[in-house]
Design a protein. Sequence first.
Length: 263
Amino acid sequence: MPKHQNSLFAEVRRQEISALVQKEGKITVNALCEKFSVSPATIRTDLKELESSGQLKRTHGGAIMIGNAGYELTSKEKVVQNIAAKAAIAKEAQRFVCAGDAIAVDTGTTGLELAKLLVSEGNLTVVTNDLETALFLEYNSDVNIMLLGGIVRKHFCCTLGSFVMEALDKIHIDTLFLATNGVSLEHGLSTPNVEVANIKRKLIQTSSRVVLLADKSKFQNNSFIYFASLEDIDVIISDADIGEKLKDTPNAGHIEFIHVDVE
Protein backbone atom coordinates (compact mmCIF):
# COMPACT_ATOMS: atom_id res chain seq x y z
CA MET A 1 0.00 0.00 0.00
CA PRO A 2 1.42 3.44 -0.91
CA LYS A 3 2.80 5.44 2.00
CA HIS A 4 0.48 8.41 1.39
CA GLN A 5 -2.53 6.08 1.56
CA ASN A 6 -1.35 4.74 4.93
CA SER A 7 -1.07 8.32 6.17
CA LEU A 8 -4.57 9.07 4.93
CA PHE A 9 -6.03 6.09 6.77
CA ALA A 10 -4.18 7.10 9.94
CA GLU A 11 -5.58 10.63 9.74
CA VAL A 12 -9.13 9.34 9.32
CA ARG A 13 -8.69 6.94 12.24
CA ARG A 14 -7.37 9.73 14.47
CA GLN A 15 -10.31 11.94 13.60
CA GLU A 16 -12.66 9.13 14.62
CA ILE A 17 -10.71 8.54 17.86
CA SER A 18 -10.91 12.24 18.72
CA ALA A 19 -14.67 12.23 18.09
CA LEU A 20 -15.12 9.12 20.26
CA VAL A 21 -13.25 10.66 23.20
CA GLN A 22 -15.29 13.86 22.94
CA LYS A 23 -18.48 11.81 22.93
CA GLU A 24 -17.64 9.25 25.63
CA GLY A 25 -15.31 11.32 27.84
CA LYS A 26 -12.73 8.54 27.95
CA ILE A 27 -11.61 5.53 25.91
CA THR A 28 -9.24 2.59 26.35
CA VAL A 29 -6.45 1.36 24.08
CA ASN A 30 -8.00 -2.11 24.03
CA ALA A 31 -11.35 -0.79 22.87
CA LEU A 32 -9.71 1.23 20.09
CA CYS A 33 -7.63 -1.76 18.95
CA GLU A 34 -10.79 -3.82 18.67
CA LYS A 35 -12.71 -1.09 16.86
CA PHE A 36 -10.03 -0.30 14.27
CA SER A 37 -8.35 -3.75 14.06
CA VAL A 38 -4.87 -2.32 14.65
CA SER A 39 -2.11 -3.00 17.19
CA PRO A 40 -1.76 -1.31 20.60
CA ALA A 41 1.46 0.32 19.34
CA THR A 42 -0.47 1.96 16.49
CA ILE A 43 -3.18 3.25 18.83
CA ARG A 44 -0.60 4.62 21.27
CA THR A 45 1.04 6.50 18.39
CA ASP A 46 -2.38 7.89 17.43
CA LEU A 47 -3.05 9.02 21.00
CA LYS A 48 0.37 10.63 21.28
CA GLU A 49 -0.27 12.62 18.09
CA LEU A 50 -3.75 13.64 19.25
CA GLU A 51 -2.40 14.74 22.63
CA SER A 52 0.32 16.80 20.93
CA SER A 53 -2.37 18.60 18.93
CA GLY A 54 -4.41 19.29 22.08
CA GLN A 55 -7.37 17.05 21.21
CA LEU A 56 -7.18 14.73 24.24
CA LYS A 57 -5.11 13.77 27.27
CA ARG A 58 -3.44 10.37 27.44
CA THR A 59 -3.83 8.17 30.52
CA HIS A 60 -2.43 4.79 31.46
CA GLY A 61 -4.32 2.44 29.15
CA GLY A 62 -6.23 5.02 27.15
CA ALA A 63 -7.19 8.68 26.92
CA ILE A 64 -9.65 11.20 28.34
CA MET A 65 -11.28 14.33 27.04
CA ILE A 66 -9.43 17.60 27.66
CA GLY A 67 -11.15 19.51 30.46
CA ASN A 68 -12.75 16.44 32.05
CA ALA A 69 -12.48 18.05 35.49
CA GLY A 70 -14.24 15.28 37.38
CA TYR A 71 -12.06 12.43 36.09
CA GLU A 72 -9.24 11.12 38.28
CA LEU A 73 -6.73 8.35 37.69
CA THR A 74 -6.76 5.54 40.24
CA SER A 75 -3.68 4.83 42.36
CA LYS A 76 -2.75 1.93 40.08
CA GLU A 77 -2.94 4.19 37.02
CA LYS A 78 -1.03 7.06 38.64
CA VAL A 79 1.92 4.92 39.72
CA VAL A 80 3.13 4.49 36.12
CA GLN A 81 2.74 8.15 35.15
CA ASN A 82 5.82 10.46 35.02
CA ILE A 83 7.88 8.11 37.21
CA ALA A 84 11.26 9.78 36.64
CA ALA A 85 9.88 13.26 37.38
CA LYS A 86 8.20 12.11 40.60
CA ALA A 87 11.41 10.46 41.82
CA ALA A 88 13.45 13.61 41.07
CA ILE A 89 10.89 15.82 42.84
CA ALA A 90 10.87 13.53 45.88
CA LYS A 91 14.67 13.55 46.08
CA GLU A 92 14.67 17.35 46.18
CA ALA A 93 11.84 17.38 48.72
CA GLN A 94 13.91 15.25 51.08
CA ARG A 95 16.06 18.33 51.78
CA PHE A 96 13.09 19.84 53.63
CA VAL A 97 12.83 16.92 56.06
CA CYS A 98 14.47 17.78 59.40
CA ALA A 99 15.23 15.43 62.29
CA GLY A 100 12.71 15.73 65.07
CA ASP A 101 9.99 17.18 62.85
CA ALA A 102 6.42 16.08 62.45
CA ILE A 103 5.80 16.06 58.71
CA ALA A 104 2.70 15.24 56.69
CA VAL A 105 2.93 13.31 53.44
CA ASP A 106 -0.19 13.86 51.35
CA THR A 107 -1.74 10.92 49.54
CA GLY A 108 -0.35 10.26 46.07
CA THR A 109 2.43 8.59 44.15
CA THR A 110 4.97 11.42 44.55
CA GLY A 111 4.43 11.29 48.30
CA LEU A 112 5.12 7.56 48.18
CA GLU A 113 8.39 8.27 46.34
CA LEU A 114 9.32 10.64 49.17
CA ALA A 115 8.47 7.99 51.76
CA LYS A 116 10.92 5.62 50.07
CA LEU A 117 13.69 8.12 50.87
CA LEU A 118 12.84 8.26 54.57
CA VAL A 119 14.00 4.74 55.42
CA SER A 120 17.17 6.01 57.09
CA GLU A 121 15.32 8.53 59.26
CA GLY A 122 14.68 7.68 62.90
CA ASN A 123 13.74 10.78 64.85
CA LEU A 124 10.79 11.72 62.64
CA THR A 125 7.00 11.57 62.78
CA VAL A 126 5.10 11.08 59.53
CA VAL A 127 1.39 11.92 59.37
CA THR A 128 -0.48 10.56 56.35
CA ASN A 129 -3.86 9.35 55.14
CA ASP A 130 -2.20 7.28 52.40
CA LEU A 131 -2.33 3.53 53.08
CA GLU A 132 0.58 2.64 50.80
CA THR A 133 2.82 5.30 52.33
CA ALA A 134 2.00 4.14 55.86
CA LEU A 135 2.59 0.47 55.02
CA PHE A 136 5.87 1.18 53.26
CA LEU A 137 7.19 3.12 56.24
CA GLU A 138 5.93 0.47 58.67
CA TYR A 139 7.83 -2.30 56.90
CA ASN A 140 10.96 -0.39 55.91
CA SER A 141 11.72 2.37 58.41
CA ASP A 142 11.90 3.36 62.08
CA VAL A 143 9.92 6.59 61.74
CA ASN A 144 6.87 7.19 63.90
CA ILE A 145 3.75 6.85 61.78
CA MET A 146 0.39 8.49 62.40
CA LEU A 147 -2.15 7.04 59.98
CA LEU A 148 -5.22 9.27 59.77
CA GLY A 149 -8.02 6.75 60.14
CA GLY A 150 -11.31 7.10 58.32
CA ILE A 151 -13.31 5.63 55.47
CA VAL A 152 -11.09 4.03 52.82
CA ARG A 153 -11.53 5.55 49.38
CA LYS A 154 -11.60 2.44 47.21
CA HIS A 155 -9.03 2.24 44.40
CA PHE A 156 -7.23 5.33 45.73
CA CYS A 157 -5.47 3.84 48.80
CA CYS A 158 -6.35 6.68 51.16
CA THR A 159 -8.75 7.56 53.97
CA LEU A 160 -11.46 10.23 53.98
CA GLY A 161 -14.16 11.61 56.21
CA SER A 162 -14.86 13.28 59.54
CA PHE A 163 -12.45 11.09 61.54
CA VAL A 164 -9.55 12.35 59.44
CA MET A 165 -10.67 15.95 59.90
CA GLU A 166 -11.08 15.54 63.68
CA ALA A 167 -7.60 14.05 64.02
CA LEU A 168 -6.09 17.00 62.14
CA ASP A 169 -7.79 19.40 64.57
CA LYS A 170 -5.62 17.97 67.36
CA ILE A 171 -2.13 18.09 65.86
CA HIS A 172 0.47 20.50 64.48
CA ILE A 173 2.61 19.73 61.42
CA ASP A 174 6.01 21.30 60.78
CA THR A 175 6.15 20.64 57.02
CA LEU A 176 3.42 19.42 54.71
CA PHE A 177 4.38 17.73 51.45
CA LEU A 178 1.28 18.48 49.42
CA ALA A 179 -0.06 16.84 46.26
CA THR A 180 -2.57 18.18 43.76
CA ASN A 181 -4.34 17.16 40.57
CA GLY A 182 -4.18 20.60 39.01
CA VAL A 183 -2.29 23.88 39.39
CA SER A 184 -3.58 27.06 37.81
CA LEU A 185 -1.42 30.16 38.21
CA GLU A 186 -4.62 32.21 38.08
CA HIS A 187 -6.91 30.19 40.34
CA GLY A 188 -4.78 27.90 42.50
CA LEU A 189 -4.78 24.20 43.33
CA SER A 190 -7.62 21.81 42.52
CA THR A 191 -8.76 18.19 42.80
CA PRO A 192 -11.77 16.22 41.52
CA ASN A 193 -13.08 15.05 44.92
CA VAL A 194 -14.76 17.32 47.50
CA GLU A 195 -13.75 15.25 50.54
CA VAL A 196 -10.15 15.09 49.37
CA ALA A 197 -10.21 18.87 48.93
CA ASN A 198 -11.44 19.33 52.51
CA ILE A 199 -8.59 17.22 53.91
CA LYS A 200 -6.00 19.10 51.87
CA ARG A 201 -7.36 22.43 53.19
CA LYS A 202 -7.15 21.16 56.76
CA LEU A 203 -3.61 19.86 56.25
CA ILE A 204 -2.56 23.30 54.99
CA GLN A 205 -4.19 25.04 57.95
CA THR A 206 -2.34 22.92 60.51
CA SER A 207 1.10 23.14 58.86
CA SER A 208 3.85 25.72 59.41
CA ARG A 209 5.35 25.15 55.96
CA VAL A 210 3.71 23.85 52.78
CA VAL A 211 5.83 22.24 50.08
CA LEU A 212 3.95 21.46 46.86
CA LEU A 213 5.20 18.46 44.89
CA ALA A 214 3.85 18.72 41.33
CA ASP A 215 5.20 17.38 38.05
CA LYS A 216 4.63 19.41 34.91
CA SER A 217 1.50 17.49 33.89
CA LYS A 218 -0.34 19.21 36.77
CA PHE A 219 0.22 22.80 35.62
CA GLN A 220 -2.53 24.77 33.91
CA ASN A 221 -4.89 21.88 34.59
CA ASN A 222 -8.16 22.58 36.35
CA SER A 223 -9.97 19.92 38.35
CA PHE A 224 -13.44 20.15 39.82
CA ILE A 225 -12.86 21.96 43.13
CA TYR A 226 -10.21 24.43 44.29
CA PHE A 227 -8.78 23.83 47.75
CA ALA A 228 -5.92 26.37 47.99
CA SER A 229 -4.52 29.51 46.43
CA LEU A 230 -0.86 30.12 45.64
CA GLU A 231 -0.76 32.33 48.76
CA ASP A 232 -0.97 29.15 50.83
CA ILE A 233 2.18 27.62 49.31
CA ASP A 234 5.72 28.25 50.56
CA VAL A 235 7.73 26.04 48.19
CA ILE A 236 7.01 24.45 44.81
CA ILE A 237 9.19 21.60 43.55
CA SER A 238 8.57 20.64 39.94
CA ASP A 239 10.09 19.67 36.61
CA ALA A 240 7.93 22.38 35.01
CA ASP A 241 9.81 25.48 33.87
CA ILE A 242 7.54 28.06 35.51
CA GLY A 243 9.97 30.10 37.60
CA GLU A 244 9.62 33.29 35.57
CA LYS A 245 5.83 32.94 35.33
CA LEU A 246 5.58 32.63 39.10
CA LYS A 247 7.46 35.90 39.58
CA ASP A 248 4.82 37.70 37.51
CA THR A 249 1.86 35.94 39.14
CA PRO A 250 -0.06 37.91 41.81
CA ASN A 251 0.26 36.43 45.33
CA ALA A 252 3.06 34.07 44.24
CA GLY A 253 6.12 36.27 44.69
CA HIS A 254 6.91 34.75 48.10
CA ILE A 255 7.13 31.18 46.76
CA GLU A 256 10.48 29.45 46.63
CA PHE A 257 10.47 27.63 43.31
CA ILE A 258 12.81 24.68 42.77
CA HIS A 259 13.18 23.28 39.27
CA VAL A 260 14.39 19.69 39.03
CA ASP A 261 16.03 18.12 36.00
CA VAL A 262 14.70 14.76 34.91
CA GLU A 263 17.14 12.30 33.38
